[in-house]
Each structure stands twice: as structure tokens, then as C-alpha cells.
Design a binder for this molecule. Structure first.
Ligand SMILES: CC(C)(COP(=O)(O)OP(=O)(O)OC[C@H]1O[C@@H](n2cnc3c(N)ncnc32)[C@H](O)[C@@H]1OP(=O)(O)O)[C@@H](O)C(=O)NCCC(=O)NCCS
Length: 244
């Protein structure tokens, strides 16, 4: 595929995705995210040809001019759109598919613990909102969306939307996903909820044998109602004497 075709393909994909882009010339001159991807293509070529230091230097020059730090070892697919560019970091073993959109401040990084493949794999058509972090060797499935400010620490199935810290699914295949089981959200509060709900279960079990039959509650309710009516009659009787 010719270089010219790829350049036009990149510019065209930005015009399609960004309503603020008015002309091809504007995209060419005013989109540092686009320059970052092009600089990466050269630095990745150097990296693959074992010219590791020149590759690293070029990627740092790119970072200086664009605010996007892409390690030359990262594998990027076609038509990656990094909107607003500033503060995006893509780690060495990250793999990014085609037609991916990334906003400012996104990190595709490691957790600081792993070796080998320690950065995420982002599949085709994924959208990642601003300042989201996708950490570790996790996979974000095709056409999924990651909410702004989310922290993704585990795999995201295809066609899903995830939000929050840590991220949890809110949409899957166009259907709203409502979390009813605290095990599905792994944060410190959900641990407290799990402990509380198992305590409630335990207490219910203990009370189970002592529960009174339903008819006993019905009788009590009728008695209470009769008592309330009696009180109401008394109240009316007393208020009739007011002011005498
Ligand atoms: C994640 C996102 C794509 C979801 O959009 P959507 O499909 O329209 O989803 P909804 O607005 O119906 O939200 C679904 C639920 O997730 C919550 N939610 C949405 N985005 C969230 C976010 N970033 N963080 C936390 N919760 C979020 C909503 O409050 C809602 O919860 P509720 O139903 O309990 O009230 C969108 O909210 C988002 O974050 N877009 C990023 C935009 C961005 O980066 N812009 C930068 C411009 S410079």
C-alpha cells in the first residue's frame, strides 16, 4: 500500500470521526495526534531493524513536539486517531488495532509488576475516553468503549461499555447491564457489602426457625388498626371540649 494512500486514509478517518475537522489541510497542520502516529511509524521501523537507540530518540523527539509518548516497540493498527493528543502514553508491548480512537491523557500502560507482554491489547474499533487508564496485559474487545477517567484492570468483552474505578460493564451488546452482585465490582466498598450481605443471610437463617406464621401478623395488624381507631375517636372527643 502506497505511503500517499495511507496518509490520505489517516486524514480521511479523522475527518469522519471529528466534527471539528473542517478541511484536510487543517487536519494535516493542526492534529498533533496524527503527527505522533506518523512519527511512531518511522520509529517502529527503526526498532524492528534493531536500531533501538535511534528509535527511542525519535520517539522522544515526537513526544516533545506532540505530547504523545509512544514506545517504538508498540504495535499500532491503521487509522488510529489520538484526539487532542496531550498526555497519551502507549507502552512497549501494547497492541492497538485499527480504527481505534483515543482521547487526551489516556495511558495504555503496565501495572509495574509484569514482565514480557505487560501492556494492553486494544482491539479494532475501540473508543477510549479522556484520562482513562488501561493497565496490564488485558484485552479490550472489538468496538468496546472505555469511559473518561476509568481504570481498566481486567479484560473487557467485545461490544461493551465500561466505566469507573476500577472499570465495570454498563452496556453489553447494546443492553444496559445492572450490577446486582457486589462480587462484580472489585473495590473496597464492595468487600464491605459482601460481608454485610453474608451476615444478613446468616441472621435470616438463624431467625428462620423462630419466624411466626403469617396469620399471627394479620391478627396483630387488625388489633393495631382497631386500637388506632379508638385513639382517633378519643382525640376527637377531647378536642370537642377545647376552649370551654
Ligand atoms: C463511557 C461513555 C462513552 C458512555 O456513554 P453512554 O453509552 O451514552 O452511557 P450513559 O451516558 O448512558 O451512561 C451509562 C452509565 O454510566 C455512567 N457513566 C458514563 N460515563 C461515565 C464515566 N466516564 N465515569 C463513570 N460513570 C460513567 C453514567 O452515569 C450512567 O450511570 P447510571 O445509569 O447509573 O446513571 C461516555 O460517558 C464517556 O465517558 N465518553 C468519553 C467522552 C470523552 O472522553 N470526551 C473527551 C472530549 S475532549
Amino acid at each position: 500500500m502506497s505511503l500517499l494512500f495511507r496518509i490520505r486514509d489517516d486524514i480521511h478517518s479523522i475527518m469522519e470521526r471529528d466534527p471539528a475537522a473542517r478541511t484536510r489541510l487543517e487536519v494535516l497542520l493542526c492534529y498533533p495526534g496524527l503527527w505522533a502516529v506518523w512519527i511512531h511509524r518511522v520509529s517502529h521501523w527503526l526498532w524492528r531493524h534493531k536500531l533501538r537507540l535511534p528509535a527511542r530518540i525519535l520517539s522522544q523527539v515526537g513526544r516533545f513536539f506532540t505530547g504523545v509518548d509512544i514506545h517504538p516497540g508498540a504495535l499500532l493498527g491503521r487509522r488510529l486517531f489520538i484526539d487532542h493528543a496531550t498526555g497519551v502514553v502507549i507502552g512497549e508491548t501494547a497492541i492497538v488495532g485499527s480504527d481505534v480512537t483515543i482521547y487526551q491523557g489516556v495511558t495504555l500502560g503496565g501495572t509495574g509488576k509484569g514482565h514480557g507482554k505487560r501492556h494492553p491489547t486494544v482491539c479494532d474499533g475501540v473508543f477510549i475516553g479522556n484520562n482513562a487508564n488501561v493497565l496490564g496485559n488485558v484485552t479490550v474487545g472489538e468496538n468496546s468503549r472505555v469511559g473518561a477517567g476509568s481504570v481498566v484492570l481486567s479484560d473487557v468483552p467485545p461490544n461493551s461499555t465500561v466505566v469507573g474505578v476500577p472499570a465495570h460493564i454498563v452496556y453489553h451488546n447494546g443492553q444496559r447491564v445492572l450490577i446486582t452482585d457486589p462480587h462484580e465490582i472489585k473495590d473496597p466498598l464492595s468487600d464491605a457489602l459482601i460481608a454485610l450481605s453474608s451476615r444478613v443471610d446468616e441472621l435470616e437463617e438463624r431467625l428462620g426457625s423462630q419466624r411466626r406464621p403469617a396469620e399471627q401478623f394479620t391478627v396483630e395488624a387488625a388489633e393495631r388498626e382497631a386500637y388506632r381507631e379508638k385513639l382517633e375517636r378519643l382525640r376527637q372527643y377531647v378536642s370537642m371540649g377545647e376552649g370551654i
